[in-house]
Design a protein around this ligand. Structure first.
Ligand SMILES: Nc1ncnc2c1ncn2[C@@H]1O[C@H](COP(=O)(O)OP(=O)(O)OP(=O)(O)O)[C@@H](O)[C@H]1O
Length: 477
């Protein structure tokens, strides 16, 4: 497919400022720059041309820049928009961000700042279009056994998983920060290997108390200890012929590490209290968020076991190192959580998307998944804006305060024109309730107990209301 030249449309009635910026952009960014002095001119150009990025001044003859932005957002989801706002006018900045613009530029323009911002807009546009243009390829490669990722790093990982799975015997060590998808990768290895017809048995070594882990793994024979009235099969045996996934292996105590080494070397183990070794055919996939090499150097992890485990090391990059996967992951999670919803979430607007792409994601994909779930519950039927995200995801964006709403006179919340005899009382009250709950949840960063306190509700009542609105079960915290 032929590459189309990317284009920026500048809309500003001040032709000196507009032309000055246009000249600089053509020189510095090397893209097509089109100009309009009014919304009418801008709309004509948008009809005719393929616009990648639009930057509009708010003060235009006839219709305002706000009108233009609303129209563009409604009809051209892939045009990345910027608004020029008077320097430090927080109210206007907040207004345009709420409208869903990608970002704002100060007017009068600082050319360097404007060029950097608009060039970023073009990059973001590439990301959106990339998905469209390569739609077919993405559909084929966007996921690998439930692991979403289209970045080069994830594609490399998928290739490695396939190779490792074919090999079938070698031990795999998956390393990555918490929430990067280590268990998903382990399951994908099992699901693509010849062992897929047998059990995949996960064991979280950090979650099982030290004194129980041995019997959990290897089982025990009758009479092995007080209370062992009958023999019990361990997870190692349960995984026979299949895959044993040892999560958080770095937390395993040294005495057990020695027993695990025996399973790897001799392909046999002894149940607790047993005298006869039991043969077993398992593939071990281990994972950790710890630096095992350092644990070896510190003397808390056996060196021989480390080398045995890390025959094939797989490293999952943190989400902040593959930001181009973020829009795809968001899209997928919205689809998943929208399932069975009467009022599905429409998605995240450009401003919100930009905030989420910029966020560092210390909790990786798990954190992103939880955030999307929360927004699907709280913002059903809408496009989420940056102002609706919890503060930490979009810092510096003005948010309406709960107090302001609660003391506002009722007349100012419901325009007179609504009370014309056709009003649906339940819908309006429901919307007001949604808004209060949403604001309380946003203000408390999703803490239901705290939100219930702010609303003067019982926690269980709040959870019940959220459940009802989401139409699906919600974990209580
Ligand atoms: N690439 C991905 N695509 C889709 N979902 C993902 C991806 N990565 C992680 N997830 C989801 O994020 C959550 C955390 O994933 P997982 O439990 O595999 O992470 P982990 O690295 O094992 O975490 P921990 O170290 O805390 O156990 C899961 O709900 C998983 O489905």
């Amino acid at each position: 497919m032929a590459e189309t030249l990317r284009s920026i449309l500048l809309v500003d009635a001040d032709h000196h400022a507009r032309e000055g910026l246009a000249v600089m952009l053509r020189k510095e960014v090397g893209c097509l720059v089109l100009e309009a002095a009014s919304t009418v001119e801008a709309e004509e150009i948008i009809q005719r041309e393929d616009i990648s990025v639009l930057m509009t001044d708010l003060f235009l003859p006839q219709k305002s820049g706000i009108d233009l932005l609303k129209k563009v957002h409604a009809a051209n989801a892939e045009i990345v928009t910027f608004a020029a706002v008077p320097f430090n006018d927080r109210e206007k900045i907040n207004e345009v961000l709420k409208l869903g613009v990608f970002f704002y530029i100060h007017a009068p323009y600082d050319f360097d700042e404007a060029i950097i911002a608009l060039a970023r807009g073009l990059t973001y546009h590439d990301l959106l279009i990339h998905k469209e243009v390569r739609g077919h390829k993405i559909r084929k490669t966007e996921g690998f056994n439930g692991i979403i990722g289209n970045s080069g790093k994830m594609q490399n990982l998928f290739n490695l998983i396939e190779k490792v799975a074919e090999d079938d015997i070698s031990t795999v060590l998956i390393q990555g920060a918490s929430g990067t998808g280590k268990e998903l990768v382990a399951r994908a290895i099992h699901a693509t290997s010849p062992r897929r017809g047998k059990n995949f048995v996960p064991v979280n070594c950090a979650a099982i108390p030290e004194e129980l882990l041995e019997s959990e793994l290897f089982g025990y024979v009758k009479g092995a200890f007080t209370g062992a009235n009958q023999s019990k099969m361990g997870r190692v045996q349960y995984a026979d012929g299949g895959t044993l996934f040892l999560d958080e292996i770095g937390d395993m105590k040294p005495s057990l590490q020695a027993k695990l080494l025996r399973v790897l070397q001799e392909k046999e183990y002894e149940p607790v209290g047993g005298v006869k070794p039991v043969p077993v055919d398992i593939r071990i996939v281990a994972a950790t968020h710890r630096d095992l090499e350092k644990a070896v150097a510190d003397g808390v992890f056996r060196e021989d076991l480390y080398y045995r485990l890390s025959v094939v090391p797989l490293n999952i990059p943190p989400l902040c190192d593959r930001r181009d996967d973020i829009p795809l992951l968001i899209e997928k999670f919205v689809q998943v959580f929208n399932r069975n919803k009467k009022n599905p979430l429409l998605g995240f607007d450009q401003g919100a998307m930009k905030a989420l792409i910029d966020y560092p994601w210390p909790g990786n994909v798990r954190e992103l998944e939880n955030l999307v779930q929360r927004m699907v519950i709280l913002c059903s039927g809408k496009l989420v804006s940056a102002a609706e995200l919890p503060e930490k995801y979009a810092p510096g964006i003005l948010r309406p305060h709960l107090e302001a709403v609660s003391i506002a006179p009722l007349g100012s919340l419901i325009p007179e024109s609504v009370l014309d005899g056709t009003v649906d009382f339940k819908v309006l009250v429901g919307e007001y309730e949604d808004r209060l709950i949403h604001q309380a949840m946003t203000k408390t960063g999703g803490n239901k107990k705290e939100a219930a306190r702010l609303l003067n509700l019982k926690r269980t009542t709040l959870i019940e209301k959220i459940k009802k609105k989401s139409g699906e079960d919600l974990e209580t915290d």
